[in-house]
Design a protein around this ligand. Structure first.
Ligand code: ASP
Length: 325
Protein backbone atom coordinates (compact mmCIF):
# COMPACT_ATOMS: atom_id res chain seq x y z
CA UNK A 1 0.00 0.00 0.00
CA UNK A 2 2.79 2.28 1.12
CA UNK A 3 4.85 1.44 -1.97
CA UNK A 4 1.84 2.10 -4.20
CA UNK A 5 1.29 5.56 -2.67
CA UNK A 6 4.92 6.47 -3.20
CA UNK A 7 4.64 5.20 -6.76
CA UNK A 8 1.64 7.42 -7.57
CA UNK A 9 3.30 10.42 -5.95
CA UNK A 10 6.47 10.00 -7.94
CA UNK A 11 4.51 9.59 -11.17
CA UNK A 12 2.65 12.83 -10.42
CA UNK A 13 5.88 14.62 -9.57
CA UNK A 14 7.41 13.26 -12.74
CA UNK A 15 4.46 14.53 -14.80
CA UNK A 16 4.64 17.95 -13.16
CA UNK A 17 8.35 18.13 -13.93
CA UNK A 18 7.71 17.11 -17.53
CA UNK A 19 4.94 19.74 -17.74
CA UNK A 20 7.34 22.33 -16.33
CA UNK A 21 9.99 21.39 -18.88
CA UNK A 22 7.42 21.61 -21.69
CA UNK A 23 6.35 25.02 -20.43
CA UNK A 24 9.99 26.17 -20.47
CA UNK A 25 10.47 25.22 -24.12
CA UNK A 26 7.03 26.58 -25.14
CA UNK A 27 6.16 27.30 -27.90
CA UNK A 28 7.57 24.68 -30.24
CA UNK A 29 4.74 24.73 -32.80
CA UNK A 30 2.04 27.06 -34.12
CA UNK A 31 -0.60 28.45 -31.79
CA UNK A 32 -4.32 28.56 -32.61
CA UNK A 33 -6.18 31.71 -31.66
CA UNK A 34 -9.89 30.88 -31.70
CA UNK A 35 -12.29 33.65 -32.75
CA UNK A 36 -15.91 32.97 -31.77
CA UNK A 37 -17.30 34.94 -34.74
CA UNK A 38 -17.14 34.96 -38.53
CA UNK A 39 -14.01 35.86 -40.49
CA UNK A 40 -13.75 39.46 -41.63
CA UNK A 41 -15.68 40.86 -38.65
CA UNK A 42 -14.44 43.09 -35.83
CA UNK A 43 -13.26 40.38 -33.41
CA UNK A 44 -11.55 38.61 -36.30
CA UNK A 45 -9.86 41.87 -37.31
CA UNK A 46 -8.40 42.36 -33.82
CA UNK A 47 -7.35 38.67 -33.75
CA UNK A 48 -5.47 38.97 -37.03
CA UNK A 49 -3.67 42.15 -35.99
CA UNK A 50 -2.66 40.60 -32.64
CA UNK A 51 -1.88 37.15 -34.07
CA UNK A 52 0.59 38.71 -36.45
CA UNK A 53 2.10 40.96 -33.78
CA UNK A 54 2.52 38.11 -31.27
CA UNK A 55 4.12 35.78 -33.82
CA UNK A 56 7.47 37.58 -33.59
CA UNK A 57 7.97 37.55 -29.80
CA UNK A 58 6.68 33.97 -29.55
CA UNK A 59 8.86 32.74 -32.41
CA UNK A 60 5.93 30.64 -33.70
CA UNK A 61 3.03 31.51 -35.97
CA UNK A 62 -0.23 32.46 -34.30
CA UNK A 63 -2.98 31.18 -36.58
CA UNK A 64 -6.52 32.57 -36.39
CA UNK A 65 -9.24 29.93 -36.34
CA UNK A 66 -12.86 31.08 -36.71
CA UNK A 67 -15.51 29.13 -34.82
CA UNK A 68 -18.49 31.34 -35.57
CA UNK A 69 -21.84 31.01 -33.85
CA UNK A 70 -24.66 33.38 -33.00
CA UNK A 71 -23.78 34.94 -29.65
CA UNK A 72 -20.20 33.66 -29.90
CA UNK A 73 -20.82 30.84 -27.43
CA UNK A 74 -19.25 27.90 -29.30
CA UNK A 75 -15.66 29.25 -29.50
CA UNK A 76 -15.20 29.58 -25.73
CA UNK A 77 -16.64 26.11 -25.19
CA UNK A 78 -14.18 24.69 -27.67
CA UNK A 79 -11.22 26.41 -25.99
CA UNK A 80 -12.41 25.34 -22.55
CA UNK A 81 -12.22 21.71 -23.75
CA UNK A 82 -8.85 22.07 -25.53
CA UNK A 83 -5.60 20.75 -24.02
CA UNK A 84 -4.30 23.31 -21.54
CA UNK A 85 -0.88 23.51 -23.21
CA UNK A 86 -0.90 27.04 -24.65
CA UNK A 87 -1.45 25.91 -28.25
CA UNK A 88 -5.15 26.82 -28.22
CA UNK A 89 -6.14 30.24 -26.92
CA UNK A 90 -9.29 32.34 -27.16
CA UNK A 91 -9.84 35.92 -28.15
CA UNK A 92 -13.17 37.28 -27.03
CA UNK A 93 -14.84 40.58 -26.29
CA UNK A 94 -17.32 41.88 -23.72
CA UNK A 95 -19.44 38.80 -24.52
CA UNK A 96 -17.35 36.88 -21.93
CA UNK A 97 -18.97 39.12 -19.31
CA UNK A 98 -22.49 39.37 -20.73
CA UNK A 99 -23.28 35.81 -21.83
CA UNK A 100 -23.48 34.39 -18.26
CA UNK A 101 -26.49 36.64 -17.62
CA UNK A 102 -28.05 35.99 -21.03
CA UNK A 103 -27.78 32.19 -21.25
CA UNK A 104 -29.16 29.95 -18.54
CA UNK A 105 -27.54 26.90 -20.12
CA UNK A 106 -24.13 28.30 -21.07
CA UNK A 107 -21.63 25.45 -21.40
CA UNK A 108 -18.64 27.40 -20.07
CA UNK A 109 -17.89 29.57 -17.07
CA UNK A 110 -15.82 32.64 -17.96
CA UNK A 111 -13.95 32.78 -14.66
CA UNK A 112 -13.70 29.14 -13.62
CA UNK A 113 -12.92 27.55 -16.99
CA UNK A 114 -10.17 29.85 -18.26
CA UNK A 115 -6.78 31.29 -17.39
CA UNK A 116 -6.82 35.00 -18.19
CA UNK A 117 -3.87 36.18 -20.32
CA UNK A 118 -4.56 39.91 -20.66
CA UNK A 119 -6.65 42.73 -22.04
CA UNK A 120 -5.99 43.93 -25.60
CA UNK A 121 -7.97 47.02 -26.50
CA UNK A 122 -11.07 49.16 -26.15
CA UNK A 123 -13.36 49.66 -29.14
CA UNK A 124 -16.34 51.99 -29.42
CA UNK A 125 -19.41 51.11 -31.46
CA UNK A 126 -21.34 52.95 -34.13
CA UNK A 127 -24.98 53.07 -35.14
CA UNK A 128 -24.96 52.47 -38.89
CA UNK A 129 -27.65 51.93 -41.52
CA UNK A 130 -27.78 50.74 -45.13
CA UNK A 131 -26.55 53.36 -47.59
CA UNK A 132 -30.03 54.23 -48.89
CA UNK A 133 -31.75 54.35 -45.50
CA UNK A 134 -34.22 57.26 -45.68
CA UNK A 135 -32.84 59.40 -42.82
CA UNK A 136 -30.10 61.97 -43.10
CA UNK A 137 -29.39 62.37 -39.38
CA UNK A 138 -30.21 60.82 -36.01
CA UNK A 139 -33.37 62.89 -35.55
CA UNK A 140 -34.77 61.62 -38.85
CA UNK A 141 -33.53 58.12 -38.06
CA UNK A 142 -35.46 58.10 -34.80
CA UNK A 143 -38.60 59.49 -36.41
CA UNK A 144 -38.42 56.88 -39.19
CA UNK A 145 -37.84 54.03 -36.76
CA UNK A 146 -40.76 55.16 -34.59
CA UNK A 147 -43.08 55.41 -37.58
CA UNK A 148 -41.98 52.06 -39.07
CA UNK A 149 -41.17 49.97 -36.01
CA UNK A 150 -42.86 46.87 -37.39
CA UNK A 151 -40.82 46.77 -40.55
CA UNK A 152 -37.40 48.17 -39.61
CA UNK A 153 -34.85 45.35 -39.26
CA UNK A 154 -31.89 45.40 -36.95
CA UNK A 155 -28.93 43.05 -37.56
CA UNK A 156 -26.74 41.58 -34.85
CA UNK A 157 -24.43 38.66 -34.17
CA UNK A 158 -26.89 36.83 -31.91
CA UNK A 159 -27.75 37.14 -28.25
CA UNK A 160 -24.61 37.75 -26.26
CA UNK A 161 -22.78 39.54 -29.05
CA UNK A 162 -21.66 43.11 -28.58
CA UNK A 163 -23.97 44.16 -31.39
CA UNK A 164 -26.85 42.56 -29.48
CA UNK A 165 -25.95 44.31 -26.23
CA UNK A 166 -25.69 47.67 -27.95
CA UNK A 167 -28.95 47.17 -29.85
CA UNK A 168 -30.75 45.99 -26.73
CA UNK A 169 -29.64 49.06 -24.78
CA UNK A 170 -30.49 51.32 -27.70
CA UNK A 171 -34.00 49.87 -28.07
CA UNK A 172 -34.45 50.21 -24.30
CA UNK A 173 -33.32 53.82 -24.43
CA UNK A 174 -35.74 54.77 -27.23
CA UNK A 175 -38.48 52.47 -25.86
CA UNK A 176 -39.05 50.68 -29.15
CA UNK A 177 -38.71 47.02 -29.99
CA UNK A 178 -37.55 46.09 -33.45
CA UNK A 179 -37.24 42.94 -35.49
CA UNK A 180 -33.78 41.47 -34.95
CA UNK A 181 -31.92 39.46 -37.57
CA UNK A 182 -29.14 37.35 -35.97
CA UNK A 183 -25.95 36.34 -37.80
CA UNK A 184 -22.86 34.34 -36.78
CA UNK A 185 -20.82 37.52 -36.63
CA UNK A 186 -21.17 41.05 -37.89
CA UNK A 187 -19.09 40.38 -41.02
CA UNK A 188 -22.06 38.58 -42.69
CA UNK A 189 -24.39 41.15 -41.08
CA UNK A 190 -22.38 43.94 -42.71
CA UNK A 191 -22.61 42.16 -46.09
CA UNK A 192 -26.39 42.20 -45.81
CA UNK A 193 -26.39 45.82 -44.66
CA UNK A 194 -24.32 46.72 -47.72
CA UNK A 195 -26.71 44.70 -49.87
CA UNK A 196 -29.71 46.48 -48.34
CA UNK A 197 -31.28 43.28 -46.92
CA UNK A 198 -31.28 44.68 -43.36
CA UNK A 199 -31.74 48.27 -42.21
CA UNK A 200 -29.30 49.01 -39.41
CA UNK A 201 -26.95 47.67 -36.78
CA UNK A 202 -24.72 48.73 -33.96
CA UNK A 203 -21.20 47.44 -34.45
CA UNK A 204 -17.61 48.05 -33.51
CA UNK A 205 -15.65 50.74 -35.35
CA UNK A 206 -13.19 47.97 -36.30
CA UNK A 207 -15.88 46.72 -38.71
CA UNK A 208 -17.63 49.93 -39.68
CA UNK A 209 -14.94 52.62 -40.12
CA UNK A 210 -13.95 51.66 -43.66
CA UNK A 211 -17.58 51.41 -44.79
CA UNK A 212 -18.44 54.73 -43.12
CA UNK A 213 -15.48 56.51 -44.71
CA UNK A 214 -16.27 55.16 -48.16
CA UNK A 215 -19.90 56.27 -47.76
CA UNK A 216 -21.27 52.76 -48.22
CA UNK A 217 -23.18 52.90 -44.95
CA UNK A 218 -24.80 55.82 -43.14
CA UNK A 219 -23.56 56.58 -39.63
CA UNK A 220 -25.79 58.30 -37.08
CA UNK A 221 -23.86 58.10 -33.83
CA UNK A 222 -21.05 56.58 -31.80
CA UNK A 223 -21.96 54.74 -28.61
CA UNK A 224 -19.07 55.87 -26.41
CA UNK A 225 -19.36 58.76 -24.00
CA UNK A 226 -16.72 60.70 -25.95
CA UNK A 227 -16.40 61.20 -29.70
CA UNK A 228 -14.02 58.85 -31.52
CA UNK A 229 -10.83 60.56 -32.83
CA UNK A 230 -10.94 58.68 -36.15
CA UNK A 231 -14.60 59.73 -36.73
CA UNK A 232 -14.55 63.24 -35.22
CA UNK A 233 -17.66 64.49 -37.01
CA UNK A 234 -19.91 61.72 -35.68
CA UNK A 235 -21.88 62.73 -32.53
CA UNK A 236 -22.29 60.50 -29.48
CA UNK A 237 -25.71 59.11 -28.54
CA UNK A 238 -25.32 60.97 -25.25
CA UNK A 239 -24.96 64.28 -27.14
CA UNK A 240 -28.01 63.35 -29.21
CA UNK A 241 -30.21 63.09 -26.14
CA UNK A 242 -29.79 59.49 -24.93
CA UNK A 243 -28.17 60.72 -21.74
CA UNK A 244 -25.62 58.40 -20.19
CA UNK A 245 -25.54 56.03 -23.17
CA UNK A 246 -22.06 54.52 -23.07
CA UNK A 247 -21.21 51.15 -24.57
CA UNK A 248 -17.59 50.29 -25.14
CA UNK A 249 -16.24 46.93 -26.20
CA UNK A 250 -13.03 45.39 -24.93
CA UNK A 251 -11.12 42.39 -26.19
CA UNK A 252 -8.97 39.98 -24.23
CA UNK A 253 -7.08 36.68 -24.49
CA UNK A 254 -7.73 33.50 -22.49
CA UNK A 255 -6.31 29.99 -22.26
CA UNK A 256 -7.98 26.81 -20.97
CA UNK A 257 -7.92 26.36 -17.19
CA UNK A 258 -4.81 24.51 -16.09
CA UNK A 259 -2.48 26.01 -18.70
CA UNK A 260 0.91 26.26 -16.89
CA UNK A 261 1.77 29.66 -15.47
CA UNK A 262 5.08 29.75 -17.38
CA UNK A 263 3.10 29.43 -20.63
CA UNK A 264 0.58 32.10 -19.62
CA UNK A 265 3.47 34.41 -18.75
CA UNK A 266 5.01 33.92 -22.19
CA UNK A 267 1.68 34.63 -23.88
CA UNK A 268 1.14 37.74 -21.74
CA UNK A 269 4.66 38.97 -22.55
CA UNK A 270 3.96 38.47 -26.28
CA UNK A 271 0.65 40.31 -25.91
CA UNK A 272 2.51 43.22 -24.29
CA UNK A 273 5.08 43.26 -27.10
CA UNK A 274 2.19 43.26 -29.55
CA UNK A 275 0.34 46.23 -28.11
CA UNK A 276 3.60 48.20 -27.84
CA UNK A 277 4.14 47.73 -31.56
CA UNK A 278 3.67 50.99 -33.53
CA UNK A 279 2.07 49.16 -36.46
CA UNK A 280 -0.54 47.71 -34.11
CA UNK A 281 -1.18 51.10 -32.49
CA UNK A 282 -1.62 52.74 -35.89
CA UNK A 283 -3.89 49.97 -37.20
CA UNK A 284 -6.06 50.18 -34.07
CA UNK A 285 -6.19 53.99 -34.22
CA UNK A 286 -7.22 53.94 -37.90
CA UNK A 287 -10.07 51.62 -36.94
CA UNK A 288 -11.18 53.73 -33.97
CA UNK A 289 -9.77 51.33 -31.36
CA UNK A 290 -7.20 51.93 -28.65
CA UNK A 291 -4.75 49.44 -27.16
CA UNK A 292 -5.02 49.15 -23.37
CA UNK A 293 -2.20 50.62 -21.26
CA UNK A 294 0.60 48.07 -20.83
CA UNK A 295 -0.26 47.39 -17.20
CA UNK A 296 -3.66 46.03 -18.28
CA UNK A 297 -2.24 43.44 -20.66
CA UNK A 298 -1.70 40.82 -17.97
CA UNK A 299 -3.66 38.03 -16.22
CA UNK A 300 -4.36 39.90 -12.96
CA UNK A 301 -5.75 42.98 -14.71
CA UNK A 302 -7.96 40.86 -16.98
CA UNK A 303 -9.24 38.76 -14.05
CA UNK A 304 -10.21 41.94 -12.18
CA UNK A 305 -11.77 43.54 -15.27
CA UNK A 306 -13.79 40.44 -16.12
CA UNK A 307 -15.27 40.30 -12.61
CA UNK A 308 -16.12 44.00 -12.68
CA UNK A 309 -17.79 43.69 -16.08
CA UNK A 310 -19.78 40.57 -15.07
CA UNK A 311 -21.00 42.45 -11.99
CA UNK A 312 -21.79 45.53 -14.06
CA UNK A 313 -23.71 43.91 -16.92
CA UNK A 314 -25.47 41.09 -15.07
CA UNK A 315 -27.99 43.35 -13.29
CA UNK A 316 -28.52 45.55 -16.38
CA UNK A 317 -29.31 42.50 -18.51
CA UNK A 318 -31.55 40.98 -15.83
CA UNK A 319 -33.47 44.25 -15.60
CA UNK A 320 -33.92 44.23 -19.36
CA UNK A 321 -35.35 40.71 -19.02
CA UNK A 322 -33.54 39.31 -22.07
CA UNK A 323 -32.70 35.61 -22.25
CA UNK A 324 -31.27 33.66 -25.11
CA UNK A 325 -32.56 30.28 -23.98
N1 ASP B 1 -18.96 42.46 -33.52
C1 ASP B 1 -19.66 41.25 -33.38
C2 ASP B 1 -20.54 41.36 -32.19
O1 ASP B 1 -20.15 41.07 -31.09
C3 ASP B 1 -18.92 40.00 -33.33
C4 ASP B 1 -18.02 39.81 -34.49
O2 ASP B 1 -18.49 39.50 -35.58
O3 ASP B 1 -16.82 39.95 -34.29
O4 ASP B 1 -21.65 41.69 -32.38
Amino acid sequence: MMRKTIGVTSVLLGLAAAGGALAQSYPTKMINMVVPYAAGGPTDTVARVMGQAMTKPLGQTVVVENRPSAGGIIGPEMVKNARPDGYTILIHHIGMATTPALYRSLRFKPIEDFEPIGLINDVPMTLVARGNFPAKDFKEFLAYVKANKDKVTYANAGIGAASHLCGMLFMNAIQINMLTVPYKGTAPAMNDLLGGQVDFMCDQTTNTTTQIKSGKVKVYAVTSKKRVPSLPEVPTLDELGLKGFDVGIWHALYAPKGTPKAVIDKLAAALQEGIKDDTVKKRFADLGAEAVPLDKANPAALAAHLRTEINKWGPIIKRAGVYAD
